[in-house]
Design a protein around this ligand. Structure first.
Ligand SMILES: [Zn+2]
Ligand SMILES: [Zn+2]
Ligand SMILES: [Zn+2]
Length: 90
């Protein structure tokens, strides 16, 4: 199974880890999240598409920042919203 890894992901030489394991937007309005993602452009940590508010996707649409990592402990992968490209890292 050959998968194309997009240039946004290939251009990331160092992964930006989450500063805190909370969704910054959910924390403001007291809503819940399921999983966390960290934006690799600005470093904000927001919630995934399984979460009611889908803040990470909203951030991509608002900012155009394409690549997030999973902020879940033990998960090491990147996702590009623009290209729907996925890559794991070590
Ligand atoms: Zn991309
Ligand atoms: Zn959220
Ligand atoms: Zn961002």
């Amino acid at each position: 199974m050959a998968e194309e890894i997009c240039n946004h992901i290939l251009g990331i030489t160092q992964v930006t880890p989450p500063t805190e394991l909370v969704c910054e937007e959910c924390a403001k309005n007291g809503s819940r999240w399921v999983h966390l993602r960290t934006c690799q452009t600005c470093g904000v940590t927001l919630c995934c598409d399984s979460s009611p508010q889908k803040h990470a996707t909203a951030h991509f649409h608002a900012s155009g920042h394409p690549v997030v990592i999973s902020a879940e402990p033990g998960e090491k992968w990147l996702w590009c919203y623009a290209d729907e490209s996925f890559a794991s890292y070590s």
